[in-house]
Design a protein around this ligand. Structure first.
Ligand code: GCW
Length: 678
């Protein structure tokens, strides 16, 4: 059975003779023009794919080849020779073009760079894996975002913070001597979706990472990843000069501190010449930072940026400043801290912003920082791992959630100023752009703890490459590559994936509710938490349920976080009638008998209805899945079946816990006509 290790790069023999023969006319005879570590990777992939998908296939001379991979001057020469009109592209883009005939295609994969040719190769293979025809192919694609980076919250002891797929895949103990095959397959998977960077260690960083012994381990990974176009980055602890260097301070304006970082950085580049740079969590949740020395985030970031600049390294400085000492409503902190610093960051700094203003809740409105900093490139930080979304027992495709955020209009420069355009640099012509995803990868055999959640790693890569790609298209591709080629099955699974996030929001936190999960571990419902030391750790602080109603007033009558958004949002979201229902209780505290306009139900009835609907929909999904049994590999089928059965129970747990809890305040019975789970 298929245990999920091969992810979306399965390359199983195509059983349909007509299809296989079609693909044989291309992939049967290929030529990779030139030799280099990256082209070795291309060769290996083509060999693996052709022998897997077709049962045969080999490299031949270019004259006899029906598939030709070329980069740089060679690519330009072929384009000229064959009269191929190659559209203008950036270095990492590719152009796939057929100059052959209907029956005998001759396909070129051309790129300015070898990396682009590698991406193009994977794109061509996807064409086969998703049953698309090859003859006549004419595909041009370039990444719209430069830095497409995974963030591993992996500790050096192997524990993954908020990881639900086993231990860390990095075996620091055995590195640098022992190279696990998993590192190779990790690199292939990332390259196949265009991910070109990885931050190996947790943002709650251990200074040990910067010691010579660990840098040798990092180097081993960097050497392995290089041919796949993947650069390595590290999270650093801001107080490293004190903790590691024995200095008395880590004040960024102190020359001795600056010198320490300069020397550390040049040591790193001696070891890893193409090192990417640093990711920093500073002055947040107890982490040290420039604030400890009375300095701003810009002063801290710029000090590191200056050390990295001679080597083209960058700083990814996080805006997740959940500072314990701050006396400001949590959702407002990042904006009020970073907005005034716009224009003060060095050229090689990106500010990395979580998609929502609080913390990866099942649903949040987009962070008001997006669009608010014309002088500062902002990097998107999405969470791929399922911290607040049921760990690995809930099947939640995040493509629709990412899409919802990226499509959101900030109105920063009038209508159409979407978050996607902030991130890909279109809106403010940023010189540097990036998207980060907190990885859901662990040492579980299937990498992500649940086969269905592999789709989130996949869609993150696809959306980092193109923030405007459709979540549905990606879900469809992933399903074909991972689960089935049967058209009805693909449709059914795609629909499940597309619906899954909304369903989960319904049974966890409908209508803009948030932060009502178990304290600390963040699993399961716990809207009753009221005993933690700080107000804003407690669930009751966030939902504010009382006899007069429910929800957090962030309108002008409350903490007024809406003022951080551009008009017309700040006016629209100031009033419940013009606030999207999905954010209703995020921005407003409303009476239980408030009329929800889409349904005409009272707020109480609507809340109950959503919880029941969500749980019922999980049951429907599970039943749908069960009906697909004969079209899906038995092991994959069974694993997902079991997870869905667990999810069904847990959805009911969420529903009952929340409905009963809120009922004590609404003082109203369950409405009639509830959809009870079958
Ligand atoms: O989502 C919260 C998590 C913490 C995490 C923090 C952050 C790495 O609960 O575990 O720490 O955010 O993003 O820094």
């Amino acid at each position: 059975g298929e245990d999920g290790y091969r992810l979306w790069l399965k390359y199983d023999l195509i059983s349909d003779d007509v299809k296989r023969n079609h693909y044989l006319t291309v992939l049967g005879k290929y030529a990779v023009v030139g030799s280099s570590p990256t082209f070795e990777v291309v060769r290996q992939e083509l060999s693996l794919a052709s022998s897997g998908l077709l049962g045969e296939g080999q490299e031949v001379k270019e004259k006899e080849a029906s598939l030709i991979i070329a980069a740089g001057d060679n690519a330009a020469t072929f384009a000229k020779q064959y009269g191929i009109e190659w559209p203008k592209q950036g270095d990492d883009g590719y152009f796939i073009h057929d100059v052959g005939s209907q029956n005998q295609p001759k396909i070129f994969v051309l790129s300015k760079s070898e990396k682009g040719a590698l991406y193009g190769t994977f794109r061509l293979l996807k064409q086969i894996q998703t049953d698309d025809v090859l003859s006549g192919i004419n595909v041009a694609s370039s990444p719209k975002v430069q830095l497409r980076v995974l963030n591993h919250w992996d500790n050096l002891d192997g524990h993954v913070e908020r990881g639900y797929a086993g231990r860390s895949i990095w075996n620091w103990h055995k590195l640098p001597g022992y190279i696990d095959q998993r590192y190779v397959d990790y690199a292939r998977a990332n390259a196949s979706i265009g991910i070109n960077g990885t931050v190996l260690n947790n943002v709650n960083a251990d200074p040990l990472m910067l010691t010579p012994a660990y840098l040798q381990k990092v180097r081993a990974l960097a050497d392995l990843f290089r041919p796949y176009g993947i650069q390595v980055y590290l999270s650093v602890k801001f107080s490293s000069p004190q903790l590691l260097g024995g200095l008395e301070t880590s004040d960024p304006l102190e020359p001795g501190v600056q010198k320490w970082w300069r020397e550390k950085v040049s040591e790193i580049y001696k070891t890893i010449p193409d090192f990417g740079g640093f990711l920093v969590k500073a002055n947040s949740e107890g982490q040290p930072g420039p604030g400890d020395f009375g300095r701003t985030h810009a002063e801290g970031a710029n000090m590191l940026a200056a050390a990295l600049q001679p080597f083209d390294g960058i700083v990814m400085w996080r805006a997740f400043v959940y500072a314990n000492e701050k006396n400001e409503e949590r959702s407002k902190q990042a904006y009020s801290e970073f907005k005034p610093l716009d224009g003060q960051f060095a050229n090689n700094v990106l500010v990395q912003v979580k998609n929502g203003p609080i913390d990866f809740q099942p649903r949040e409105p987009f962070s008001p920082l997006f669009g608010a900093t014309p002088e500062t490139p902002l990097m998107m930080e999405f969470q791929i791992t399922m911290e607040y979304l049921g760990f690995s027992t809930h099947m939640v495709y995040l493509g629709t959630m990412y899409e919802e955020v990226l499509e959101s209009d900030t109105f920063a420069k009038g209508e159409g100023s979407t978050v996607a355009k902030v991130i890909d640099g279109q809106l403010f012509s940023n010189h540097i752009t990036g998207m980060a995803g907190v990885a859901n990868i662990g040492a579980d055999r299937n990498w992500t703890g649940n086969i269905m959640l592999q789709s989130n790693w996949y869609v993150f890569g696809r959306m980092a490459w193109d923030p405007e790609v459709s979540a549905r298209e990606v879900a469809n591709d992933w399903t074909k590559m991972t689960l089935s080629h049967d058209p009805d099955t693909v449709d059914a699974v795609t629909t499940m994936l597309m619906d899954s996030h909304e369903i989960t929001v319904n049974y966890m936190t409908p209508l803009g509710l948030h932060h009502i999960m178990g304290a600390g571990h963040h699993f399961g419902p716990a809207p009753w938490v009221d005993w933690l030391a700080r107000d804003d750790w407690n669930s009751v602080y966030y939902h504010k349920a009382a006899e007069d109603g429910v929800g957090f007033d962030r309108s002008p009558t409350g903490v007024n976080s809406v003022e951080q958004y551009f008009p017309p949002l700040k006016e629209l979201w100031a009033k419940p009638e013009t606030t999207p229902e999905k954010y209703l209780l995020w921005f407003h505290h409303l009476p239980w008998d408030y009329r929800v306009s889409s349904s005409g139900r009272t707020l109480w009835n609507e809340i109950v209805h959503r919880y029941y609907q969500g749980a019922e929909d999980v049951a429907r999904m599970a039943a749908k899945w069960n009906s697909l049994k004969e079209h899906i590999d038995p092991l994959q089928f069974e694993q997902v079946r079991m997870s869905l059965a667990i999810q069904q129970k847990e959805a009911i747990w969420w529903r009952d816990a929340c409905v009963l809890y809120f009922m004590q305040y609404s003082q109203q019975p369950l409405p009639d006509n509830l959809e009870k789970p079958s």
